[in-house]
Design a protein around this ligand. Structure first.
Ligand code: NDP
Ligand code: GDR
Length: 355
């Protein structure tokens, strides 16, 4: 069950707090930090359905000794709760990964996106300051902040957000810099270009494509409806990017870094790589639906991560075509497992039922 809030019993010198731990990046980062011996705390939202699927495998019996993962209910909308949690946990590193992270949805919910993705970051920074702890702070900034600025984009490129999400991330970026300059906080922005994995949310374009390719190959889906296939993105592999986040907080001085592969690929290219991996021609299955277009599109994002390579020694190794294959294989495996275990009783980890 979820360990109730309590006075923190310090088991290591490294205590990390991750917001957004139930998301793609949060789950990989929690794995990485546990492997490194950190005591890891994550903030999760109360929901009427289970939302811990990506981290259930990290469950450790609270009675065991050693590296430990503890979850706490909270929300970036609730500043007083953030104060209470930071005072109780006293983290040495905070990774702020929580956000309404879907660009197209941000056009439907601009106010909510601004409140969570923008103001939420400020609430967390303000909680650190109010509690008065000394810690290092990572802000999940995004290549979407560059938006309309042409590639290649690096740390000096002008911001030109093209969505409510991008604008909210620009606000959070500047608040992070302001807290660094005004209050001498070790606070950094990781400006990450798109990164994907089998744990990617199902409505982001890569996962939507790989899941459809797997379903079509298995005969459970016929068509895939898509928006703009001309968009260019710089797709990297999420496990490598969380390593970059950690490296930013181990640096001697707080600085902002771009993480990217430097290679631009169209949505059409990603379709080709995914469908051909299962012996299909994507053009036989993909149809256009304008509902997947955005009022303002970001045409091309291709990052220049020279600074992270030279100063942090961070080098991505997995390319977009590899990622397509990894994700299609994972989706095929999951669907085959699902089909084979139709009558199984679900194995619900005990921590999911805590309240
Ligand atoms: P996901 O969408 O997979 O995860 C978002 C996380 O934020 C989830 O754990 C979600 O919880 C949580 N969350 C959402 N709203 C709130 C809230 N109000 N209070 C507390 N938690 C909340 O995102 P990713 O893992 O892909 O990305 C991590 C971060 O990095 C995000 O900030 C994203 O904007 C940013 N980013 C991502 C990139 C990418 O390519 N993946 C690139 C650049 C930046 P729940 O599970 O309950 O919904
Ligand atoms: P993005 O990712 O907007 O770059 O934001 P997404 O995968 O949603 O879109 C990438 C590109 O694909 C085009 N596209 C479609 N997108 C979706 N989701 N669904 C479709 O059917 C479709 N058809 C075409 C889009 O128009 C777009 O050009 C992601 C998120 O993870 C952000 O949180 C993060 O900050 C940025 O990456 C960097």
């Amino acid at each position: 069950m979820i360990t109730p809030d309590r006075e923190r019993q310090v088991t290591t010198n490294n205590v990390a707090l991750i917001t957004g731990i139930t998301g793609q990046d949060g789950s990989y980062l929690a794995e990485l930090l546990l492997q490194k011996g950190y005591e890891v705390h994550g903030i999760i939202r109360r929901a009427s359905t289970f939302n811990t699927a990506r981290i259930d495998h990290l469950y450790v019996d609270p009675h065991d000794v050693g590296p430990r993962l503890t979850l706490h209910y909270g929300d970036l909308g609730d500043g007083s709760r953030l104060n209470t949690l930071i005072a109780a946990i006293r983290p040495t590193e905070i990774y702020n990964l929580a956000a309404q992270s879907h660009v197209r949805v941000s056009f439907d919910e601009p106010t909510y996106t601004g409140d969570t993705t923008g103001l939420g970051s400020m609430r967390l920074l303000q909680a650190v300051r109010a509690v008065g702890i000394s810690c290092r702070y990572y802000q999940a900034s995004s290549s979407e902040m560059f938006g309309g600025s042409p590639p290649p984009q690096n740390e000096s490129t002008a911001f030109y957000p093209r969505s409510p999400y991008g604008a909210a991330k620009v606000y959070a970026y500047w608040m992070t810099r302001n807290y660094r300059e005004a209050y001498d906080l070790f606070a950094v922005n990781g400006i990450l270009f798109n990164h994907e994995s089998p744990r990617r949310g199902e409505t982001f374009v890569t996962r939507k494509i790989t899941q459809a390719a797997a379903r079509i190959a298995l005969g459970t889906q016929k068509e895939l409806f898509m928006g703009n296939l001309d968009a260019v993105r710089d797709w990297g592999y999420a496990p490598e990017y969380v390593e970059g986040m950690w490296r930013m907080l181990q640096a001697d001085t707080p600085q902002d870094y771009v993480l990217a592969t430097g290679v631009g690929v169209t949505v059409r290219d990603f379709l080709e790589a995914s469908f051909s991996h299962v012996g299909l021609d994507w053009q036989d299955h993909v149809r256009f639906d304008e509902r997947y277009l955005r009022p303002t599109e970001v045409d091309a994002l291709v990052g220049d991560a020279t600074k992270a390579r030279t100063e942090l020694g961070w080098v991505p190794t997995v390319c977009a075509a590899d990622i397509a294959r990894i994700m299609v294989d994972a989706d095929l495996k999951a669907l085959e497992h699902e089909a084979g275990s139709w009558h199984d009783t679900p194995d619900v980890p005990s921590w999911r039922v805590g309240a």
